[in-house]
Design a protein around this ligand. Sequence first.
Ligand SMILES: O=C1O[C@H](COP(=O)(O)O)[C@@H](O)[C@H](O)[C@H]1O
Length: 221
Amino acid sequence: MSTSREHLAQQLAEAVAEALRADLAHQDRALLVVSGGSTPVPFFHALAAKSLPWARVDVTLADERWVDESASDSNARLVREHLLTAEAAAANFVPLTTDDDTPEQGAAAVGERLAGLSWPASVVILGMGDDGHTASLFPDSQELPLALSTEATVVAVRTPSQPQARITLSADRLHQAKRHVLHINGEGKRSKLAAALGGDDVQALPIRAFLACPLAIYWAP
Ligand SMILES: O=C1O[C@H](COP(=O)(O)O)[C@@H](O)[C@H](O)[C@H]1O
């Protein structure tokens, strides 16, 4: 891990902890929405060490592969192993999968589970793939127009470029958050973000749906 990525993760953890503290000063519970993938791991470690009333914090995911939590690419597993540790083990984690065979079968139950949380989220931390996807809003997904337009909380997604079916928070649900962060590393993602900022076709680069949230960008080389 490069020093700059580690510093970035520490800075982001401090900002997120401050946001959660600010919201918890005037509300009983606060909701944090995190992304999966490789980028958030040092941020999760840094945030887990923060002193917060973690028992009043709910954590869920922006998106998930429809896999068992024991799978190595489960975002829930990532959160449990890297965020719900130390002081943060007291947080209430709400995963996005059920025992159903498909996300289409499980989406309604996941939506009901999420309905009990303290929306709007205090902070949504988005990642971005090399194809400009964020959450599981993929350029090549048939469900992208639905996920960008529905008022439902979650959408089941099938994406030719991805091996697994997925479930994602809808753009509407993500938009409703009080604060939005994009956490990315590397030159490839910096150039993809620059390309996204230079156009307006959301279907081509779905990260564009969040560029005007406003979006705090945390980038390291
Ligand atoms: O598929 C996913 O990828 C993106 C980015 O992941 P990274 O490994 O490049 O950091 C992530 O934001 C998303 O939650 C995840 O499901």
